[in-house]
Ligand binder design. Structure first.
Ligand code: SAH
Length: 221
């Protein structure tokens, strides 16, 4: 493992340690950490920011959007408690980095992006990297992707003012959804939603986060 990646992994482990009281775990799964070490984050950031690709922080990917912080990517993934045979819905493809992490861990990933250029670039990048279990779509994630529902896990990587009802509907009973909730530029909370076998949702606030907004349309960017 090169030294930059080693440092990124150490930084994630450290942040897990000092947030363990909030996130309810003292480590992420070994399998997830192996995937975090394997997927090259430098392939997902603009060339001029490659030197910072393995810093444990968000980076700009253009169009006012960001690639999320590695610790947050790992945390959201760990919270979903993924199994090999899961079919997962992601809202907010962005660079495709989180998409790739998911694709290493589950059978099939469906990912939606509102900004057409970003979605197309991510799709091309993921195809070139050889991923065969990712389906990309340009569209508004507030409505989810009903054609492939219900999903074994749903992850939203932009902050919504409320939890979209359609996403809860498209989640299987007994499964989890993770989403940052909060108004733009206001405090946001990472929320874990667990849908029980009766179809009732149970919400758990995990920790404060700062995400770009989940927008209603691509014209207000
Ligand atoms: N997971 C991404 C994070 C990207 S930031 C990564 O690791 O790179 C959030 C993304 O959500 C942005 O690309 C933004 O354009 C997208 N987005 C915002 N509102 C959306 C919506 N309603 N539907 C789908 N994508 C949306």
């Amino acid at each position: 493992m090169n030294k930059d990646i080693k440092r990124m992994i150490a930084d994630i482990r450290n942040e897990v340690t000092y947030t363990s009281h909030l996130i309810g775990r003292t480590a992420f799964s070994d399998k997830l950490m192996a995937v975090m070490a394997e997927v090259r984050r430098d392939k997902f950031v603009p060339p001029e920011l490659r030197a910072f690709a393995f810093e444990n922080g968000p980076l700009s990917i253009g169009h006012n959007q960001t690639i999320s912080q590695p610790y947050i990517v790992a945390l959201m993934t760990d919270l979903l408690q993924l199994e090999d045979d899961y079919r997962v819905l992601e809202i907010g493809t962005g660079s495709g980095y989180q998409t790739a992490i998911l694709a290493e861990l589950v059978e099939q990933v469906y990912t939606m992006e509102l900004v057409q250029v970003l979605g197309e670039e991510a799709e091309q990048r993921l195809t070139e990297m050889g991923y065969k279990n990712i389906e990309c779509r340009i569209g508004n994630g507030y409505q989810g992707w009903p054609e492939h529902a219900p999903y074994d896990a749903i992850i939203v990587t932009a902050a919504a003012a409320y939890i979209p009802k359609s996403l809860i509907e498209q989640l299987k009973p007994g499964r989890k959804l993770v989403i940052p909730v909060g108004e733009v530029y206001a405090p946001q909370e990472l929320v874990l939603v667990e849908k029980d076998e009766q179809g009732n949702s149970h919400l758990k606030n995990i920790l404060d986060v700062a995400f770009v907004p989940l927008r209603q349309s691509s014209v207000d960017e």
